[in-house]
Ligand binder design. Structure first.
Ligand SMILES: *Cc1c(COP(=O)(O)O)cnc(C)c1O
Length: 412
């Protein structure tokens, strides 16, 4: 009854072969499938879970919120508290609006940028993913890479024609685009740490240059931190690199595993949104009380100690895998809690380099890891994620299992 058996395509294991296990439940850092097999989970619902599965405080907050009613379609106190906590933590978000998915957040942010600037063009980067809507389904990374279809059927050519795609981490390319048609650009949208072609960090000075170009040409800069927010560091990629967008999109971690996302930024831009201004944006379940409760309970746990632990886990994995990666001709990139093992001697800087990876080796590695009880993203072009529920013993087990999977890959 379900096309391909999945409700989102990359879940279907097409890139690596086989059929995905069905998940029965999650416990901390582990997933248990319907046959009772346990896996150390390095997907974390595609980055949404920094605290692991079913963290007690988050579950209790959701149950409590639901017991008072699931949704009202009217203002609730939790939304205000959430906005206060979020803007206090990420002060470049002066005003924020909540929605239910990362795709919604980027779609609304793009419309807002167009509404504010009165311009039509959007610039994105090859391999960056910003959700499943028409304006950004051009050169959109993972899903498209995995299936070898760069664009989607059904996206009108007239819509795609308003989106310019340039290579990531290439200063000359974006400078040339602005020189050509900078006065027509409403916004540049970017993953400040790319995660949807695998984890690719920005090269030194790149985000700063994007910021300067947008300011110079009167274009908006949209930081899509749906994945990197609270993942690349305690204040996301913006905090890590000291560069901020006019608008920032958040999702995944911010909702603690429930459908919650947000976009926000400059107050003078956000005030263009209805009912204050002429840019329409809405959602029946936006700011849903249970999702907001999950988000609030999650934010509460994202203190300094959490990120110290995240970094320690990441470093332990890197150190533990270094020798076996080199022996297998592979490499690893990591920014905070997002990372990728590349079947390539050096981590790539852009999609063209990422495409030179040995995807056959990745598939062998993936299956060996799965058989050993490690749940990895089923594509070379998807980032993997660590969570702070991992115990020291589980980190050691991960290193051991991945080391064996790398050896098996090399042998195979
Ligand atoms: C996951 C993701 C999205 C889309 O979010 P959904 O909640 O799946 O709609 C957008 N941008 C980035 C960077 C993402 O990683």
């Amino acid at each position: 009854m379900i096309p391909g058996g999945v409700n989102s395509p990359v879940r279907a294991f097409r890139a690596v072969g086989g059929a995905p296990p069905f998940v029965a439940r999650g416990e901390g850092a582990e997933i248990v499938d319907a046959d009772g097999r346990r896996y150390l989970d390095l997907v974390g619902s595609w980055g949404a879970l920094l605290l692991g599965h079913a963290p007690q405080g988050v579950v209790a907050a959701v149950v409590e919120a639901l017991s008072r009613g699931a949704t009202f379609g009217a203002p609730t106190e939790g939304e205000v508290v959430f906005a206060e906590r979020l803007t206090a933590r990420l002060p470049w978000i002066q005003k924020v609006r909540l929605c239910s998915s990362g795709s919604e957040a980027t779609g609304h942010a793009i419309r807002l940028a167009r509404g504010v600037t009165g311009r039509d063009l959007i610039v994105k980067f090859d391999g960056c993913y910003h959700g499943a809507h028409d304006a950004v389904l051009v050169g959109a990374g993972s899903g498209g890479e995995t299936f070898g279809v760069p664009d989607s059927a059904g996206v009108p050519a007239a819509v795609a024609a308003l989106t310019r795609v340039v290579p990531y981490n290439d200063v000359a390319a974006i400078e040339a685009l602005f020189a050509r048609e900078g006065d027509r650009v409403a916004a540049v949208i970017v993953e400040p740490v790319a995660g949807n072609m695998g984890c690719v960090a920005p090269v030194d000075g790149y985000l700063q240059r994007l910021r300067a170009l947008c300011t110079e040409h009167g274009a908006g800069l949209i930081f899509d931190e749906v994945m990197s927010g609270f993942r690349a560091g305690p204040r996301g990629a913006s905090g890590r690199y000291g560069v901020t967008g006019d608008l920032t999109c958040l999702g995944k971690i911010v909702g603690g595993g429930l459908p919650l996302a947000a976009f926000g930024g400059r107050a003078d831009w956000m005030d263009h949104l209805a009912p204050l201004g002429p840019v329409y944006q809405a959602g029946t379940l936006s700011g849903n009380p249970a999702a907001v409760a999950a988000g609030l309970a999650t934010l509460e746990r994202l203190d300094e100690a959490t990120y110290v632990r995240l970094e320690a886990i990441g470093e332990a994995m890197e150190a533990g895998l270094r020798a076996s990666l080199a022996a297998a001709g592979a490499s690893m990139s990591r920014v905070g809690g997002m990372w990728t093992i590349w079947f390539r001697s050096q981590p790539p800087r852009n999609l063209a380099e990422a495409r030179t990876c040995n995807t056959t080796a990745f598939s062998v590695f993936f299956q060996a890891a799965l058989a050993a009880g490690v749940w990895l993203p089923p594509s070379q072009f998807e980032a993997a994620f660590i969570n702070v529920a991992l115990t020291d013993a589980q980190v050691a087990a991960l290193v051991d299992r991945l080391t064996r999977a790398l050896a098996a890959t090399k042998a195979g």
